[in-house]
Ligand binder design. Structure first.
Ligand code: G3P
Ligand code: CA
Length: 292
């Protein structure tokens, strides 16, 4: 999976593993910030995963959380939020831009998880357009964050996917993006409306267990890569903690590319590479690039 749009290459003699920095390079720089993407790109990272949400006035922005996260957000006065919220889709872009997301809240669980993250005070939530423009050569796996259990938290899957792709089109970036979601209504909508967009199908234990909710499917789940292949692939993006070598083999036999997330430990990165994954999403793309 060298670039979005290139043919499947996992049987080639020399294999190139697509290392994608998760939310930029989350272990090193504030997540989903323009500053973080630029700093990671300066380290040689060429591909990134990011998450999108949409403001009340229709601006597509980068955020993992549909509501502002008190572990990363400070208000315009620099005061940490005391609880979750407000929801991004209730704020105008101007109002959202007041928040500072350049540092993890000291003392939070997240700060313990990412002790090496270098703060960048004053970093704001960027728009997708800004990020695509600032990194004209980078590839992006864009996760459209909708949740079938919480339709009130975001725009609809179709509306958020369409708004995202309008930004991608305006940036002339179709050839360097992949669209992914756990909520398969997103990919099904894109598959029907945009045959030019490369798709990845996210899975994790919860969405497989609750396939009726996440995939709109009350019948038996069967093989997960089999399901992704039946949807048309071409990429399966599983939680790496659920992945086995035989899954990778099965997915490849079905013609899929395998892009596990979020793989941060060197031993896990090396093991997955040995299993033949086509790429991986990691909070430590610097480390992963050193291992491939
Ligand atoms: O790209 C997949 C991965 O990012 C999914 O998990 O919760 O970090 O968005 P999450
Ligand atoms: Ca994500």
């Amino acid at each position: 999976m060298t670039t979005a749009g290139e043919p499947c290459s996992h049987h080639a003699m020399t294999r190139k593993i697509d290392i994608q920095g998760h939310r930029g390079a989350r272990a090193l720089f504030p997540e989903n910030t323009l500053e973080g993407f630029l700093a990671a790109a300066a380290l040689g990272v060429e591909a990134f995963e990011l998450d999108v949400a949409m403001t009340a006035d229709g601006v597509v922005v980068l955020s993992h959380d549909p509501v502002l996260n008190p572990d990363i957000a400070r208000d315009g006065a620099g005061v940490w939020l005391t609880r979750r919220g407000p929801a991004i889709h209730t704020l105008t872009h101007a109002a959202l831009s007041a928040y500072d997301v350049g540092r993890i809240r000291p003392g939070s669980t997240l700060s313990v998880q990412f002790p090496e993250q270098a703060p960048n005070d004053g970093a704001h939530i960027p728009t997708l357009a800004q990020v695509l423009a600032a990194l004209p050569h980078a590839r992006f796996t864009i996760e459209v964050k909708t949740d079938p259990a919480h339709p009130d938290w975001t725009a609809t899957p179709a509306a958020l996917a369409d708004a995202t792709l309008s930004v991608v089109d305006a940036a002339g970036a179709v050839g360097r993006v992949i669209v992914e979601s756990f909520d398969w209504r997103v990919q099904r909508h894109v598959r029907q409306t945009r045959s030019d967009i490369r798709l990845a199908w996210l899975t994790r234990a919860e969405t497989v267990r609750d396939a009726a909710l996440w995939w709109g499917d009350a019948t038996g789940v069967g093989s997960v890569p089999g399901r992704v292949a039946a949807e048309g692939g071409p990429i399966w993006a599983p939680d790496h903690t659920d992945l086995t070598e035989s899954h990778v083999r099965e997915a490849h036999a079905l013609g899929l590319l395998v892009l596990p997330w979020t793989v941060n430990q060197p031993a896990d990165i090396s093991r997955l590479i040995a299993w033949g994954v086509d790429g991986l999403i990691t909070d430590r793309p610097d480390l992963a690039l050193g291992l491939v």
